[in-house]
Ligand binder design. Sequence first.
Ligand SMILES: [Mn+2]
Length: 426
Amino acid sequence: MKIEKSQIQENNKQEIASHKEGFDFLSNILVKKGLDVDAIINKIAAFQVAVPSWALGAGGTRFGRFSYYGEPASLEQKIDDIGILHALTQTAGAVSLHIPWDIPQDYKAIKELAASHNILFDAVNSNTFQDQKNAKESYKYGSLSNTAKAVRQQAIQHNREVIKIGEQLGSKSLTVWLADGSCFPGQNNFQTALQHTQDSLKEIYGTLPDDWKMFIEYKPYEPNFYSTVIQDWGTSFMLANACGEKAYTLVDLGHHLPNTNIEQIVSTLMLNGKLGGFHFNDSKYGDDDITVGSIKPYALFLIFNELVYGMQNNPQNPELSWMIDASHNIKDPLEDLIQSLDAIQEAYAKALLIDQDQLKIAQQENDVVQCQEILQNAYRTDVRPLLERARLNSGGVLHPLKSYRSLDVRKNLIKERGMNTVATGL
Ligand SMILES: [Mn+2]
C-alpha cells in the first residue's frame, strides 16, 4: 500500500480550518514572546528520525509473541511500511537496517524503492548477540569480549561485513551494541573482557571508511544479569576515545538504571564532541522499550533541552543519528511508531521554545525559581499546532494517527499480505 498525495490532501481538507484556528492562536502568543515561529517550524520539519527494520513487526517478550497481522514479510515490505509512516508524518525519512535479519537481495532495487519513498539509509546495526545458522563459533559466552580468539574474530568479521553492506546502500555509520557480559560473579575477568572488547573494536574501527562513524552503545544489564562489558556511558566514551575520532557514544534512553540523569550524560558527551547516536524509547522499570513519551515526557523534554543546547553551542559534536528503538508487544507497530514520532517532535518543539538567553541570565543570578519557570513555561505550551504546520508544509497530514485509521491502512496491509506473515527480528 502506498499513500497517495490526493489522499493526504483529502484528509487535510477536513481539518484545515480547525488547524488554522489553533495555529493562529499559538503563533500570536509565541510572536509576542519574541520567538521566530517560522524558524521553529522549519527546525521541526527538518528533524528526521530513522525507523529500525526490526520495528515494523510485533515485538515479542521471552514469554510469547502476538502478531498484529499483515506484518511485512520482506525488507521491501518493511521499507513500504516506513514509506507509509513517512508519507503521513514527514518525520521518518530514514531506515536503520539490522544485519543479518535484513540483508538486501537486490541492492539496486532496494535503493530505488527507498528513494521512491524519500527514505535514506541511516546507521547499520550488527548482531553478535545471537548465533546464526551455520555459524562456526557461538556467542553464548560473548562476542567481541569472548575468551576465545576465534569467536572474537568471527564477531569482528561480521561487523566488517555489515559495513560493506552499509556502503552499498549509502549508510555512513555502524552501530555496535554488545550483549557481552556475565550472568554470575566470577564468570568473567572484568579486565580481560574489557581489554578484549577494546582490541576487537579497534580492529573493526580500523576498517571503517573515512567518511563513516562508529557508534558504541552501552547498557547496564540484560541479557546478562550480573555484568555487562559496556555497562555505561563512561565505558563507551573510554572505548570511543581508544578507537579514534570517528568513534562515538550512542545513548539509548532505555539503557540506564532507574532515575539516571540522562540529560546530564547527553550534555557531558556533547561538550566533549562524542555523542554520535541517539535511540528513543521510554521505560518504567528497565529496558522496557515502550512508546516514546508514554511514561516520562518531562524527562524527555529535559533531555531535549540539553540536545538543543548542544546542537546550538557544540560545533565539536557531529550531527546526531536519531532512531526509534522500541518494540510493540500489543499495539499495531505503525500506530505505535506514529505516537513515538509525535512525542519526539513534541519534546523537541518544546525545547526550542526555551528562552536560552533568559535562562542563562537566571542561572548566572542563581535565580533558581526563575530557571524552573523558564523550563516549565516552555513545557506547558501546547505545541501541537506547530507540529501540524510542519507536517502540512512538508506534504504530510495534519493528524497522522487519525488519517492512518481513516485510510484503513492495517486492513489494506492484511488484505495485501495476509494474516499470518511474520516479520524477521526477535
Ligand atoms: Mn538501542
